[in-house]
Design a binder for this molecule. Structure first.
Ligand code: NAD
Ligand code: G6P
Ligand code: MN
Length: 447
């Protein structure tokens, strides 16, 4: 019989928590669990979801211990995995990350450009704090972190807690592969899922390209997929709870314009913020950004379901949705726990995998995952266009982490100035000063 795992979900009050709990319950045959503990530093927010999850747990899996806490010792003692998705500063701060740059005509986005940098400066400390709680209370546990901005957080964990059991992940490649599988099914009349693919891909998080996609039975499907994306972008009817809003659909369609720039690869959708920033800004409403859309949409929806479950005392009528996100995390936990050597795209230290890139870059590339963690596969040399873009963005991210560690205003100004989304050092300074004021509760003091 498989040994079961004790899980802590950090950021228990996240809109993604119920979906992850459900996904864990749906996969107990391959990933048995003895305990799920939710941990959040916002007790009130967490309790709203936790009470609904408790009802769901009692109905679906009464044998699994389920509890929630804001006490680190209770949360992190005796656990095997921490699945972390914290949002430091909540949507209130995300809204500022998006709206402040837009005032200056610059992209306002959760993980890209100045907004991503501001969010990075908030996330580093609390993610490291979680790693330290784990070190103290469950030193052999694995931290599977998808708290954003994942690239900056990954660089921070590399610098500040090297060699620890930490893996940084993102669901965007998985979400896009799910859409590509739907596109392939549509074009061939055969049913495919993302699990039928074996891919070659490289980049930074939210900054990558597929160079090859074969089905596991050896068929090169890149030509069919490229042909599809050239016409439609990633616009398919694939079901995806996480990315269902109109703004996501536009992002998926925009991939056809990114594709046109390099028809030898298939791009990540996030490249639009770097390659078409003028269009993105022109289409943005500085008074109503994605944060507002999420607060009105996903947040209300998830917390509304929780309220109904609590009011009725049963989860049999209402259920939460499970995102692509969740399945990927179970795959990863299984690979580590049972040494499956599953191949997945993860954010790991380059160490020569991309031959012509800084060894210390945290890159998103295919890895084989087993009990000792992720083993990266070799990528080789990458071409000039991607190398140039990646280098610029890589050193933006490194400068942010250096600025956080050293408390350096100058390095953070350099980071904003270097970002492809920002037109000049003077605009960078104006945005930085406003972001710094808005984030004074969260950032280290800079001088
Ligand atoms: P949310 O605001 O609904 O939830 C975040 C929770 O984290 C909140 O309950 C908050 O109180 C808690 N939190 C904040 N600081 C904390 C701390 N120091 N310790 C413990 N808990 C803390 O946000 P959401 O939209 O559900 O997203 C959650 C996170 O997951 C975000 O970082 C988001 O960017 C990330 N995410 C990442 C991916 C990926 O691909 N890597 C995909 C989806 C979401
Ligand atoms: C994708 C990305 C995540 C990001 C999320 C934002 O899943 O990979 O990193 O957090 O989208 O979605 P939202 O719906 O909150 O804008
Ligand atoms: Mn992501």
């Amino acid at each position: 019989m498989k040994q079961s795992s004790a899980i802590c979900i950090a950021g228990g009050g996240s809109t993604y928590t119920p979906g992850i709990v459900l996904m864990l319950l749906d996969n107990l045959d391959r990933f048995p669990i003895s305990r799920i503990t939710l941990y959040d530093n916002n007790e009130e927010r967490q309790a709203k979801l936790a009470k609904a999850c408790a009802i769901m747990m009692k109905e679906k899996a009464p044998d699994i211990v389920f509890n929630w806490t804001s006490d680190p010792q209770t949360a992190f003692t005796g656990i095997d995995f921490v699945m972390a998705h914290i949002r430091v500063g909540l949507y209130e701060m995300r809204e500022k990350d998006e709206k402040i740059p837009l005032k200056y005509g610059v992209v306002g986005q959760e993980t890209c450009g100045p907004g991503g940098i501001a969010y990075g400066m908030r996330s580093i400390g609390p993610v490291i704090e979680i790693a330290d709680y784990m070190e103290k209370y469950s030193p052999n546990a694995w931290l599977l972190n998808y708290s954003n901005p994942a690239s900056i957080v990954a660089e921070a964990t590399r610098r500040l807690r090297p060699g620890k059991h930490i893996i940084n992940i993102c669901d965007m490649p998985v979400a896009l592969e799910t859409m590509m599988a739907a596109a392939l099914s549509e074009r061939t009349g055969k049913t495919y899922t993302r699990k039928d693919f074996e891919v070659r891909y490289y980049g930074l998080n939210h900054f990558g390209w597929w160079t090859d996609i074969h089905t596991k039975d050896g068929k090169d499907v890149m030509p069919i997929l490229k042909d599809y994306i050239k016409e439609n972008g990633f616009a398919t009817n694939a079901k995806d709870f996480q990315h269902k809003d109109a703004s996501w659909k536009e992002t998926y369609q925009k991939a056809k314009d990114i594709y046109a720039l390099d028809p030898t690869t298939i791009p990540s959708t996030y490249l639009k913020y770097y390659l078409f920033p003028d269009e993105v800004v022109a289409h943005s409403n500085p008074a109503y950004t994605r944060a507002n859309e999420v607060m009105e949409g996903r947040e209300k929806e998830v917390f509304g379901i929780a309220e109904r479950i609590i009011a009725k005392g049963t989860a049999k009528e209402d259920t939460f949705a499970v995102g692509v996100h969740a399945s990927f995390i179970v795959d990863l936990a299984c690979a580590i726990r049972y040494n499956t050597k599953e191949r997945m795209l993860l954010i790991v230290e380059n160490n020569g995998a991309i031959a012509n890139l800084d060894d210390t870059a945290m890159v998103e590339i295919p890895c084989l995952v087993g009990s000792s963690g992720a083993e990266a596969l070799t990528v080789g040399k990458i071409p000039s266009f991607q190398l140039g873009l990646i280098n610029e963005q890589l050193y933006v991210e490194k400068l942010v982490v250096e600025a956080w560690i050293e408390g350096s205003y100058g390095k953070l100004w350099q980071a904003l100035t270097l970002s492809k989304t920002v037109p000049s050092a003077s605009v960078a300074k104006k945005i930085l000063d406003e972001l710094m004021e808005a984030n004074k509760e969260y950032w280290p003091t800079l001088s």
